[in-house]
Design a protein around this ligand. Structure first.
Ligand code: AMP
Ligand code: GLY
Length: 423
């Protein structure tokens, strides 16, 4: 089949690499894609916000399957438009994508289904929100309800900070996303991510990962989209996975099916492993970036087959179990100087020196035949090893072989897992 992949980051480069390996894949198109994907896909310019144009493109090129990488087109209903046009699509409907698009929607669903998560309150008026703060204690978590490019969460340590956060959101600090606010109890524990593929009814576990959100070594400095990740993580034991599947993921998928918004796609659960067991922090309706890169390194099956099955009603019913390499994959993000503020564009990248890593492009462009930085996160330098220590050593050896003078990276990606392995 001919396939169209929507997106342009490292996540989509990893998906393109894996999709193109499938014998089921004839021509792979990527819109808009990036220079790293040229090996696997034809890059095309189709605006994902223009649903009619995406459908017309699919009809013209006989594309029968679309894989949507990022959340924005999902929350915007691109999957619904494609399905209505008879085109199979991997990714949830607009209604089901509320799992990522509305934090209040998720919290209400958890409350109804008895899914473990932080205690919360939803507010659409500032005064009521301010009056409600006290009962949550400190620290307290204040969230803009809608999509805020990963920035809509404030953890307030003092009452004054909490009040300021509420005022900020209701005065439009996060735009429309903050028209409604969720106040949450602060949970403590280690964070881990878990991924599951669903066809709306059947759900297959797709592995665990941990990422590093802060820009600096030792988990310091401002938050980013993620400076590195690894999979699996030892804290996510088979027992925890079973508990997360039974108490969090399956009840979510069942509730959405019952409410006529079956979830077809990948469900990305951000979890807090608390003393009382795993609790849901948030859902995303897409693969993580850069978590996808490490999952794809480990995935042994046919990605087109798996994702296409997930796009069909009951398609995963007789699917083979997901097989993941019994090894650790680790990715280091090389970012452009200035990130997560304003990144320097145009810095040259030379990758001619040999190394044993796999480099996924995240924010690159080619200018006059020269590869240059064209975004905040630029390269995802990835390796597979017998354990985290080995994967880390291989990934950094690859980083050191890349000449990218205006780039930087953290030097400690995977530290938690390496420490666990040495304990
Ligand atoms: P989110 O965008 O909902 O994933 O939140 C971003 C980050 O804020 C999470 O990765 C957590 O580190 C933190 N966070 C969110 N909600 C809570 C909570 N209820 N308790 C503690 N930390 C939280
Ligand atoms: N790396 C976190 C995310 O993709 O949301």
């Amino acid at each position: 089949m001919n396939i169209l992949l929507i997106g342009s980051g490292g996540r989509e480069h990893a998906l393109a690499w894996k999709l193109a390996q499938s014998p089921l894949c004839e021509t792979l198109y990527a819109a808009p894609g990036n220079p790293g994907m040229l090996e696997h896909a034809k890059l095309v310019t189709v605006d994902p916000a223009d649903h009619g144009a995406v459908i017309a493109f699919c009809q013209e090129k006989a594309v029968s399957f679309v894989v949507i990488g990022p959340e924005a087109p999902l929350v915007d209903g691109l999957a619904d438009s494609l399905r209505a046009a008879g085109i199979a699509v991997f990714g949830p409907s607009k209604a089901a994508a509320q799992l990522e698009g509305s934090k209040g929607f998720v919290k209400d669903l958890c409350a109804r289904e008895g899914i473990p998560t932080a205690a919360y309150a939803r507010h659409s008026g500032k005064d009521a929100a301010l009056a409600d703060l006290a009962r949550f204690g400190l620290p307290v978590v204040i969230k803009a309800d809608g999509l805020a490019a990963g920035k809509g969460v404030i953890i307030a340590e003092t009452e004054a900070e909490a009040r300021e956060a509420v005022e900020f959101m209701f005065s439009g600090g996060f735009g429309e996303a903050g028209a409604e606010v969720v106040i949450e109890e602060f949970m403590t524990g280690e964070e881990a991510s878990f991924f599951a593929i669903s066809d709306g009814t059947n759900v297959l576990p797709f592995g665990s990962a941990q990422d590093h959100k802060r820009v600096g070594d030792g988990d310091t400095g401002p938050n980013t989209g993620g400076m590195g990740a690894y999979s699996p993580t030892g804290v996510f034991t088979p027992e925890i996975e079973a508990e997360v599947m039974e108490r969090i993921v399956r009840p979510t998928v069942s509730a959405l099916a019952r409410d006529n918004m079956p979830y077809q796609g990948v469900l990305f659960a951000g979890l807090m492993l608390t003393a009382e067991g795993p609790k849901l922090i948030e859902y995303n309706c897409r693969f993580g970036d850069p978590e996808c890169q490490v999952l794809m390194m480990r995935f042994e099956g046919d990605l087109v087959d798996l994702l296409h099955r997930a796009s069909q009603v009951d398609g995963l019913k007789d699917a083979p179990p997901v097989r993941m390499r019994d090894a650790t994959a680790l990715t280091v993000v090389m970012a452009a100087r200035g990130y997560p503020g304003t990144p320097e564009k145009g810095g040259t990248i030379d990758m001619r020196a040999p190394h044993n890593g796999r480099v996924f492009h995240a924010g690159t462009a080619t200018v006059d035949g020269q590869l240059v930085a064209n975004g905040g996160r630029v390269l995802n330098v990835t390796a597979l090893g017998a354990n985290a220590r080995e994967a880390q050593a291989l990934a950094y050896a690859a980083v050191d072989a890349i000449d990218f003078p205006s780039g930087f990276c953290r030097r400690d990606i995977g530290w938690r897992e390496v420490a666990r392995e040495s304990a």
